[in-house]
Write a protein that binds this ligand. Sequence first.
Ligand code: K1U
Ligand code: ZN
Length: 167
Amino acid sequence: MAILHILQYPDERLHKVAKKIESITGATRKLISDMAETMYAAPGVGLAATQVDMHQQLIVIDVSETHDELLVLINPELIFSSGESKCEEGCLSVPGIYDKVERAEKITVRALNAKGEEFTLDAEGLLSVCIQHEMDHLQGKVFVERLSHLKQVRIRNKLKKRLRETF
Ligand code: K1U
Ligand code: ZN
């Protein structure tokens, strides 16, 4: 297993749209275990392949308190959503920035697991927010791009200032 480099916003590669996975190979299984290790080490509760510069429709998530309920979603599709909720989000590609984003409250997704078996999952709470956040990554969208223009300008300025202070 390996810890992968996580792209940092505003890296343009975070805007690439991920391609469907046509067959699950040894390379896919290696990417899944490397992404899981990277997510647990960060630490985070989710990671999309886009964030590690792999533009394939693959997500890993673990919102359990015990960090032992890894969920793998390959080629996820949103098949149902209802309600609205505004929850605070963070992102491993935008460290130190947290803000509330409006999302669907409850969702149903259909995806393949690591064995290539199709499943459907009903989600609410943090799991629902996390799946929607990660599916946005696969479409090349970072959560800050769901905030107001003013907030986006402030975040970019904050990140630029941080970069100047680092070097
Ligand atoms: O996509 C990512 O960058 C992962 C992101 C997922 C996420 C978290 C919260 C709301 C929406 C999406 C993170 O994991 S950020 C880190 C984080 O929230 C966290 C870290 C450790 C323990 C619990 C949460
Ligand atoms: Zn993110």
